[in-house]
Design a protein around this ligand. Structure first.
Ligand code: KIV
Ligand code: ZN
Length: 512
């Protein structure tokens, strides 16, 4: 008999984006959604359309381009939320409305201030209203991990009767233990008479570090949809991590006899993209996608892996898309080879973009002997994909030393004019940021809350990828910049963040 299928529901763009600091603009959401489609997730939860115009635009944009996955929009149990979600999903090939209401005594009493029967009534009304638009309706019992089991059974039965085709049982506060959570799911299977008419979904938060374990335990209890995020991004300690859930299912098929449709070789690329866009680094020892996840340091381990990789590797690096750092291109590679490589990495550039990227590639190849896929991706991201620059770095000069105060001088192109700035700083990066601040007054008003450097590849000649997080008037953005020189990468990241702030403020459109 064929193994049963587990539906992978990705909520990186909704619950993941709710992590403080992880907010994304519409273009960034689209890029992640396209990557999730390549990863072959079943459902992409693209946002919470009533929450803000940005959220609405993000869901609408994703719904307009994604064809292979269902696209979901979140809504509270309110008519206006559901209407707004449906409006944002108009372009979707397979739209899903996801409506939720709190179900634990704590939430019903203190947050909703509603009696249990009123909550059932509101949930049923919401599901009925959503079903007037589509048959693809998911209902979530917020804080189900702490709900009274008899009440949970009653409300689940009622929403299925109202038309919900997926019922989600979130452990919203990451409170449950694996055997307990699995038993909750099994109990729903045994006690809710119409449960066979819906898919049971699970949505686990990681407050006790148990989100993945709880999700797997729930599958053994009867759940057939897992909600998760790339890199485990999400509220507080995050959600169940997609890569861990999927690779556990793939690696332990002996005990978890289920199928998932995920293209696992796209996992590393998805992880890097989400980390770069959000500015949330992946810890080196993170399972599956951490830099050390497949690194063998001790002599005994290295010896074993060389003799037979399965001695210390339970899955292959290639199965999660970790290239074994193969040299791909060098300084003698031509434009054709470069374009072919870009194509296989999933980039289709216009001739003009290709010319720009190729010039940059040649410049990099002069400095860096060996160029890997990661270098090419970083270069294209930096040169071509990032938001069109209003503030552009024309020149940068920095002096610093053990006995000298760092001083930076910058020339920026801003809307056809050149503006200059110069400043000292306690460090070179500070001097550069202050110099930019002289030329862009908005920079002085913004607050820097994150500065992070990562090497794109290993080795002394690795490119630096810098992420900068800025806040201004309650708006928060992440900027990225990549360069062979860390100071130049920092200046680019800072300018990228300022460009995003300016776009958000609408200043560029008004020509200010
Ligand atoms: O954690 C949670 O309960 C949620 C729901 C809205 C599904 O994110
Ligand atoms: Zn959640």
């Amino acid at each position: 008999m064929a193994n049963e299928r587990i539906i992978i529901f990705d909520t990186t763009l909704r619950d993941g984006e709710q992590s403080p600091g992880a907010s994304m603009n519409v273009e960034e959401k689209l890029r992640i959604a396209k990557q999730l489609e390549k990863l072959r997730v079943d459902v992409i939860e693209a946002g919470f359309p009533i929450a803000s115009q940005g959220d609405f635009d993000g869901v609408r944009a994703v719904a307009g381009v994604i064809r292979e996955c269902s696209v979901a929009g979140l809504a509270r149990a309110r008519k206006e939320d559901i209407d707004r979600a449906w409006e944002s999903l108009q372009g979707a090939a397979n739209p899903r409305i996801h409506t939720f209401i709190a179900t634990s005594p704590i939430h019903m009493q203190h947050k909703l201030r509603m009696q249990p029967d009123e909550v059932i009534e509101a949930a049923v009304a919401a599901v009925r209203h959503a079903c007037s638009y589509t048959a693809n309706v998911e209902w979530s019992a917020e804080d189900a991990g702490r709900a009274d089991m008899a009440f949970l059974c009653r409300i689940v039965e009622a929403v299925i009767n109202a038309g919900a085709t997926t019922v989600n049982i979130p452990d919203t506060v990451g409170y449950t233990l694996p055997h307990e959570y699995g038993a909750r799911i099994r109990s729903l299977v045994e006690r809710v008479p119409n449960i066979h008419r819906a898919i049971i979904s699970v949505h686990c938060h990681n407050d006790l570090g148990l989100a993945v374990a709880n999700s797997l335990s729930a599958v053994l209890g009867g759940a057939r949809q897992i909600e998760c995020t790339i890199n485990g991004l999400g509220e507080r300690a995050g959600n169940a991590s997609l890569e861990e859930v999927v690779m556990a299912l793939r690696t332990r098929r002996d005990l978890l006899p289920f199928e998932v449709g995920i293209e696992t070789t796209e996992i590393m690329r998805s992880s890097r993209l989400v980390s770069t866009i959000t500015g949330f680094p992946v810890q080196p020892n993170k399972a599956i996608v951490g830099a050390n996840a497949f690194a063998h340091e001790s002599g005994i381990h290295q010896d074993g892996v060389l003799k037979n990789a399965s001695t210390y590797e339970i899955m292959t690096p290639a199965s999660v898309g970790l290239a074994t750092n193969q040299l791909v291109l060098g300084k003698h590679s031509g434009r054709h080879a470069f374009r072919d490589r870009l194509h296989s990495l999933g980039y289709d550039l216009t001739d003009e973009q290709l010319t720009l990227a190729f010039q940059r590639f040649k410049g990099l190849a002069d400095k860096k002997q060996e160029l890997y896929d990661e270098d090419i991706e970083a270069l294209v991201e930096d040169e071509v994909v990032r938001i069109a620059d209003h503030f552009r770095l024309a020149r940068l000069h920095v002096t610093s030393g053990t006995r000298d105060t760092p001083v930076a001088v910058v020339a920026l192109e801003i809307g056809g004019e050149t503006r200059h700035g110069s400043s000292w700083g306690d460090g070179s990066v500070e001097a550069v940021f202050k110099a930019i601040g002289q030329a862009v007054p908005m920079a002085q008003a913004s607050v820097l809350s994150l500065y992070q450097v990562q090497a794109v590849t290993g080795g002394m000649d690795a490119q630096a990828e810098v992420t900068v997080r800025l806040t201004l008037d309650g708006m928060r953005v992440n900027g990225q910049g990549t360069d062979y020189d860390v100071i130049i990468a920092s200046a680019k990241a800072y300018l990228n963040a300022l460009n995003k702030l300016a776009t958000k403020r609408g200043e560029i459109r008004r020509g200010v």
